[in-house]
Design a protein around this ligand. Structure first.
Ligand code: SF4
Ligand code: SF4
Length: 101
C-alpha cells in the first residue's frame, strides 16, 4: 500500500513519459528502415532485386514495357535488394509511408 501511494505521488508530480503526438511529431533515428525508395532513371531493369527479394515484393518487367513495382505491404525492409542492386537505384528512407501510400 505504501509502495502504491509512493508511485502515485511520484507519477503525479512528473511530466508524462509519452510523446504528445501529433503536437510533437516522431523524428526517426538515423539508419531507421522506414520505406524502400526507387530511382527509375538509373534502373536498368536487370531484375536482380526481384530475384533476391525473399518475399516477392518486387516485380520487374522488360517487355512489353519496362516497369518496376513494389508491393509495400509485402516488403519486410530487409535491405537485400539494396545490397545487390548494381546501379544503386534503391535506398531506404527513414520515414514510414503514410497510410494512403
Ligand atoms: S537491381 Fe537495381 S537496376 Fe536492377 S532492376 Fe532492381 S532496381 Fe533496377
Ligand atoms: S527490402 Fe527486402 S523485402 Fe523489401 S523489397 Fe527489398 S528485398 Fe524485398
Amino acid at each position: 500500500m505504501v509502495d502504491l501511494l509512493r508511485n502515485l505521488l511520484r507519477n503525479a508530480s512528473r511530466s508524462p513519459v509519452t510523446r504528445p503526438y501529433p503536437a510533437e511529431p516522431h523524428v526517426p533515428f538515423a539508419e531507421a528502415r522506414g520505406c524502400l525508395e526507387f530511382d527509375p532513371d538509373t534502373c536498368t531493369y536487370c531484375s536482380v532485386c526481384e530475384k533476391r527479394c525473399p518475399t516477392g515484393a518486387i516485380k520487374v518487367t522488360r517487355k512489353p514495357s519496362k516497369s518496376w513495382t513494389l508491393q509495400p505491404h509485402a516488403c519486410i525492409l530487409c535491405g537485400y535488394c539494396i545490397e545487390v542492386c548494381p546501379k544503386d537505384c534503391l535506398w531506404m528512407d527513414e520515414h514510414h509511408r503514410g497510410p494512403a501510400a
